[in-house]
Design a protein around this ligand. Structure first.
Ligand code: GLU
Length: 379
């Protein structure tokens, strides 16, 4: 697929705007925000559906408190986010208001998305907002998020929301031109990579964790976000957010930023949720026959193909399936808990009842609850 073909098919777009794009030493950069909103309003007029994931709350709150440099403690960041989030929304609301467009604030933590019910509620809210033509402006709920429920950075949040709304494209606006073959701040020879077809070691090591004084995630987390959405069959572009006309140029098919092509067929939203949102509670080691049945024939995982169980998970928990070499093959929801699987692994399904005294399912993981992706699955 060419860049133009990909962009022609992208009507529902998630646009992620990083702190380093929309804020500077003096807090929020109103001029840049207005410039981007102007472009988004024009896209909206042309019929594009836009959802925004935006940073900037902490940077804005910090500036309000007259603090320069990085904030040290978590409570300080949380307090700054609480101060800045209101202002961030007001700025977006005023800017979109000039075009007669409304915005809606959504603040999320990771645990909102791992809970299937809440995930579905959020999805319903977002699709209603899209239907109503209102721009959802999403940020992490920093003031309540502690480590276990944190996305960590807005790149991760943006990837998750791209899946949630089944967007056709993720545009990650950042303070650099895109992904370089080496860290551009350390080398003048660094070259911009305009197209990424697969996540080779070179691509992964091209991105570093180094961040700007304002940004959080660095290029590494942007590449990881691209990896997550492309594995879902959605393309991603990392592009320079401060460049005038950046969105227009992207949709005009101009060579701008780094385009990541989808690396797999479109995974259903539910399977993507299983693969990328849920945290695995254990591991099933599967034999070559089962691996082939899963990868090539789209079959369910049966007890006969399981050769080992790691961890202590319960029925319904997410587990990863690894091959005999330890490479992740799939992730799914287990129909039996770890103690039961230890008893029935290696046997035919017809013997489950005899061994356990009951049989609720023939499969260890039913194929409807099994997401196959190669390597990119988070354990
Ligand atoms: N949620 C944070 C904020 O609004 C930013 C996190 C990030 O940039 O990754 O300030």
């Amino acid at each position: 697929m060419t860049r133009k073909e990909i962009l022609a098919g992208a009507k529902r777009v998630l646009i992620k705007i990083g702190s380093a794009v929309l804020s500077g030493e003096n807090g929020l950069d109103l001029q840049i925000i207005e410039q981007l909103v102007d472009e988004m309003a024009q896209l909206k007029k042309k019929g594009y559906q836009i959802v925004i994931v935006t940073s900037g709350a902490i940077a804005s709150g910090k500036h309000r408190m007259g603090i320069s440099g990085k904030l040290k403690s978590m409570p300080q960041k949380q307090a700054a986010a609480a101060i800045g989030q209101g202002r961030l929304m007001r700025v977006y609301s005023n800017a979109f208001g000039k075009y007669g467009l409304y915005v809606a604030q959504i603040l999320l933590t990771m645990s909102d998305l791992t809970d299937r019910k809440r995930f579905l509620n959020i999805r319903n809210t977002l699709s209603t907002l899209i239907e109503w033509g209102v721009i959802a402006v999403i940020n992490e709920n920093d003031s309540v998020a502690v480590d276990e429920i944190k996305f960590g950075d807005n790149d991760h949040l943006a990837a998750m929301i791209t899946n949630t709304i089944e967007a056709h494209l993720l545009i990650n606006l950042t303070s650099t031109e895109g992904l370089y073959d080496r860290n551009p701040s350390g080398s003048k020879k660094a070259k911009l990579i305009s197209l990424v077809k697969e996540f080779t070691k070179e691509i992964e090591s091209a991105a570093t964790e180094e961040t700007t004084p304002i940004g959080m995630g660095g290029m590494k987390s942007k590449v990881l976000a691209a990896k997550k959405v492309t594995a879902f069959g959605i393309p991603c572009i990392i592009a320079p957010g401060r460049r005038k006309g950046v969105l227009h140029d992207i949709f005009a098919g101009k060579e701008i930023g780094t385009l990541f092509l989808p690396t797999s067929e479109h995974l259903s939203s539910r399977k993507h949720w299983i693969a990328f949102t849920l945290r695995s509670r254990g591991k099933l080691i599967i034999d070559e026959g089962a691996k082939k049945a899963l990868l090539e024939e789209g079959k369910s995982l049966l007890p006969s193909g399981v050769v080992g169980v790691e961890g202590d998970f319960a029925i319904g928990d997410p587990v990863t399936c690894v091959d005999m070499e330890g490479i992740t093959v799939a992730k799914g929801l287990a129909n039996y808990g770890a103690p039961e699987i230890r008893k029935i692994m290696g046997v035919k399904s017809s013997r489950i009842e005899q061994i356990l005294g009951y049989k609720d399912y023939d499969e260890i993981i039913h194929r409807d609850n099994l997401a196959i992706t190669r390597e990119s699955i988070k354990p």
